[in-house]
Design a protein around this ligand. Sequence first.
Ligand code: HEM
Length: 403
Amino acid sequence: MAAQHTWSIVETTAFDEVARDNPHPRLRDLRETCPVMRDEPVKTWFLTRYEDVRDTVNDRTLWRHWKNSEEGALLRRMDRDPDEPGTDSILSMDEPDHSRVRLPLAKAFYARINAMKPKIEAIIDEVIDSAPHGEPFDLIGEIAVPIPILVIAAILGVESERFREFREWSEASILGLNPLRTPEQTELMEWGSAQLTAYFTELMAARRAEPRDDLISDVVALQAAGAPLSDDEVRTNLTALLIGGNLTTTDLIGNGVWLLLRHPGELAKLKADPSLAAAAVEEILRYESPVAITNRVMSEDREVGGCPMHAHQSVITSLHAANRDPAVFEDPNSFDITRKHVPHVAFGGGSHMCIGAPLARIEAKQALARLFQRFPDLKLAGGEPVWRALPFFRGMEALIVQG
Ligand code: HEM
């Protein structure tokens, strides 16, 4: 038998140049040879089989907060100092706080998205319609970046005269996702977050005095009606909607357009039958998901995938590897927008399942439909894409196209 090489977790991420361009071959190796891997130097388990990943993310008895994980665990090292003051967002809250904050927030958010669907679609159409015709342009910068920022601004109730600043603050605070940021970028990030906090404080006061038709008014009304949410929790979680939603939706649109342009047969199917847009979005989420992993912390000693794990050990689940597991997806490395059943785990699962999934789906579906309607001859106009060096995410720096 050939000697087997086991990849470290870091070697499967965008930290590593080879995995940055294409993480899938290394993830396949791991799934085939070491599907439940202990990466001792970073004190973390790494799961690559669909069944193990799905069962782990769906398990509501596990912890989420990295502060429960052992010293030296990879994600614990990458996050802020546990002694630093600050409120956690739902992303890292455990029970009972997680449900206390997430349930009212999700209820208000989903009602807003439903009520605003036509407005959301109109914003997307407007962005796409203003992209240049007949000359090369960067799809990421011109279309995929502004769409989620303008949409979430409208949902929250940001005044149009503040859009430009809001975009600057949002982009600055997203630098927080990059553990390799420079000291200057950290400074910019801190500035962006402070500006957003101040602005949300101002908006919450304004909407308490005079409610409008927006999510901030809905949330302060919930507080007034007795929902147990502190002002800090509201601000932190409104910011989490920006941080969680912007880059990911940008990458869903960018990766989707790239995949369709690289698979003309699939694009032809979509053009012939635009009602396939929703199915195309699910296949993009399966095949090249914007978020590579999620994580949990063991809350007790337990066996996972046949391996003994201990309480406080950190577990990273590879959503990318799970989504290409041949045990679940036939011919998993082929991109096929007419797959019948696509139970991908791109949005994670269980109590932490992505709160923005319905919004991401609306945005990506509308963006693809409108883009190929307005630019029926859209083609790639640059060389190979440059993938972003941001670990645990998958998206392009730029995608030059021409329509
Ligand atoms: C485009 C695609 C998106 C992808 C692939 C994605 C992926 C994910 C994943 C994998 C998780 C962790 C789930 C888990 O651990 O089980 C998550 C959580 C979250 N996402 Fe998304 N997301 C996307 C879009 C959005 C949008 C549009 C928003 C908000 C507007 C958002 C906000 C959040 C928040 C707040 C959480 C934390 C939820 C919790 O822990 O309770 N995401 N997302």
